[in-house]
Design a protein around this ligand. Structure first.
Ligand code: CA
Ligand code: CA
Length: 241
């Protein structure tokens, strides 16, 4: 009854009337229902991301799935309300492929399953955003990010290429220096065939080939056992997103 009483200080004096009592009860019940429904829409996922679905078209015809090219409008704010970026200010929606590491983790997760026309707010903890280091002068380290996003369109994205598999010729799930070197030669040939700037770059790559292989190994062969394992490889290595 607290809600009824607080809405109208004098209300409780009239509660002897049964009809009024009922009205009051119904009002409380409706308020409770409304608030629980609103709470149900803010979902916190296991990663710590908060997703607040603000409006969803019905019917929902197109849904964002991994690998697709998405067109989105968004506004990003810091916890204190400072706007750090907005596609609306540029008058042009943002286009990106989802599921391939083009956007922060909070987006990769929080945009999935959105309908075209749906609006969400994503509350992105730093570990799913720009972490302890932040980004540029705009986003301080450890910042929680608030994004209002709207999905404008989805299209089929380019097919992901499993580069690991392409390099691993003998299929033993690890990359040797010879395999990497062979792959780079192929790339160089393809670049030469393309001509122009690419061909010039290719010649340079060819000259520096051994150095390039060593550089890649120093970076990728983390346990220094002379091969790059599937786990160590930092490039594209999945057939499906
Ligand atoms: Ca191999
Ligand atoms: Ca290794």
């Amino acid at each position: 009854m607290a809600l009824c009483v607080s809405k109208n200080r004098f209300f409780h004096f009239q509660l002897t009337n049964t009809t009024t009592k009922m009205k009051c009860f119904v009002a409380i019940a409706l308020t409770l229902l409304a608030s629980s429904a609103a709470m149900a829409e803010i979902e916190t996922t296991p990663s710590g991301l908060k997703i607040d679905v603000q409006s969803k078209p019905d019917p929902c015809d197109k849904v964002a799935g991994n690998g697709q090219m998405l067109t989105m409008h968004y506004t990003g704010k810091l916890e204190d309300g400072t706007k750090f970026d907005s596609s609306h200010d540029r008058d042009e929606p943002f286009k990106f492929q989802i599921g391939v590491g083009q956007v922060i983790k909070g987006w990769e997760e929080g945009v999935l399953g959105m309908c075209v026309g749906e609006k969400r707010q994503l509350i992105v903890p730093p570990e799913l955003g720009y972490g302890d280091q932040g980004a540029g002068d705009i986003i301080p380290g450890g910042a929680t990010l608030y994004f209002d996003i709207e999905l404008m369109d989805t299209e089929e994205g380019p097919t992901p290429v499993n580069v690991f598999k392409q390099i691993d010729l003998n299929d033993d799930d690890s990359l040797s220096r010879e395999e990497l070197s062979g792959y780079l030669k192929q790339q160089v040939e393809a670049m030469k065939a393309a001509g122009g700037d690419q061909a010039e770059q290719a010649t340079q790559m060819e000259d520096d080939q051994d150095k390039l292989v060593e550089e890649i190994f120093s970076h990728e062969d983390k346990d220094k056992d002379g091969v790059i394992s599937h786990e160590e490889f930092s490039g594209p290595k999945h057939d499906e997103l």
